[in-house]
Design a protein around this ligand. Structure first.
Ligand code: FES
Ligand SMILES: [Fe+2]
Length: 381
């Protein structure tokens, strides 16, 4: 039997404790996170422009629910639980699609308008007492911001301004700063979906620190030399990491990128900003594009991450080659997710039963941990 070292209980003021391993492996804790976080907070679901015309829909996993986001006849986005009100069949089984005027359940053909109202059902005329409004699809709250539909399953959603927009204000120190990138007007240049075999919190923690940058991100630290020191840009309010002196653009080899987005301010030029919108969104801002990550936690050890690279519409329409631009953060993603997957199995090890430690450049992760524990209603046994 190997000797198990004493639990990490740091006495050095430089080190503070992480969450214990069970927070990353226990299905019961994950279930509580689904209830208290993913089904209670605003979650970034769909790029609005992906649903270009009336009848276009997409289904997304939010907590334990399948949520259907659809563009209605008058051009607005609406969200519903993807569950037929008759006997509960899943209404849309595809991840994305387009219907003409209505959504029809494939089981007994109950038919819903794009506003969720029950519009037809076999023999419905012989049931005049049935209130069609009462048997419409169950509505889910929806807000649009940065060109995305954000949904919230809570009956009384928390303030969008405080919990979502507020995260960007808190990080950038200025409410207008993120608006300068005009993310809602940008076009999708590239999208990659990553299947990450790791708990969603490992991905957040990794994104919040740059202690690992020098070890695993050679391309990123070339472009952002200050990252090689281990201090993440998100460490200081309002600070963006400066491009290296010889770097022309935020690209995989530091070569030329695209023109600066029109409203990006001089002080934002040649800088990289990262914003974490808890629980599951990262927004990365560089002068010529925006990179947005949406996480969909599927299980305690599995997370889907959808990453979008957004450029000025004229860049995408011109057919310009965005591959060297997108390749930089794609590599960062692959490097980061490999690190998270390397960590996940060890969360179940007795060596990590009491957790590990955070060094000073990671101390702010402790604030994230405290937030998670608070949201879950206290320490989880
Ligand atoms: S379950 Fe949908 S129509 Fe019966
Ligand atoms: Fe990283």
């Amino acid at each position: 039997m190997p000797t198990i070292p004493a639990p990490a209980n740091p006495v050095s003021p430089s080190l503070i404790a992480t969450l214990p391993g069970r927070y990353y492996t226990d299905p019961g804790i994950f279930r509580r996170e689904q209830e208290r976080l993913f089904e209670a907070m605003w979650m970034c679901a769909v790029r609005s422009a992906d649903l270009a015309s009336p009848g276009a829909f997409r289904t997304v996993r939010i907590g334990r629910e399948s949520v259907l986001v659809v563009r209605n006849r008058t051009g607005e986005l609406r969200a519903f639980l993807n569950v037929c009100r008759h006997r509960g069949a899943r209404l849309c089984t595809e991840e994305a699609g387009e219907v003409r005027r209505s959504l029809q359940c494939p089981y007994h053909a109950w038919t819903y308008g794009l506003d969720g109202r029950l519009v037809a059902a076999p023999n419905l005329v012989r049931m005049p007492d049935v209130d069609r409004t009462a048997y419409g699809l169950v509505k889910v709250a929806l807000r649009e911001w940065l060109g995305y539909a954000w949904v919230c399953l809570a009956d009384e959603p928390p303030s969008f301004e405080e919990t979502v927009v507020g995260a960007a204000v808190e990080r950038l120190g200025d409410a207008a700063a993120i608006e300068h990138y005009g993310a809602e007007r940008l076009a999708l240049g590239k999208r990659v979906t990553y299947d990450v075999r790791a708990n969603w919190k490992l991905i957040v923690e990794n994104f919040m620190e740059c202690y690992h940058c020098a070890t695993i991100h050679p391309e990123l630290t070339e472009v952002l030399p200050e990252f090689a020191d281990g201090y993440a840009a998100q460490y200081y309010v309002g600070h963006g990491a400066a491009f290296g002196a010889d770097v022309k653009g935020f690209t995989v080899d530091g070569g030329e990128g695209f023109g600066r987005l029109p409203d990006v301010a001089d002080e934002q030029d040649r800088r990289y900003y990262a914003v974490t919108v808890k629980p599951t969104v990262f927004v990365n801002l560089v002068p010529d594009h925006v990179i947005l990550h949406r996480m969909f936690p599927l299980a305690e050890d599995r997370t889907t991450v959808e990453c979008d690279w957004l450029y000025a519409p004229e860049v995408v329409e011109s057919g310009a080659d965005v591959s060297r631009s997108a390749e930089l953060f794609h590599r960062v993603n692959v490097q980061d997710f490999a690190a998270c997957e390397r960590t996940q199995p060890a969360m179940a090890s007795r060596a990590y039963r009491e957790g590990g430690v955070l060094v000073p450049t990671e101390h702010h992760i402790g604030i994230f941990h405290a937030w998670v524990v608070r949201q879950l209603g206290g320490a989880q046994g």
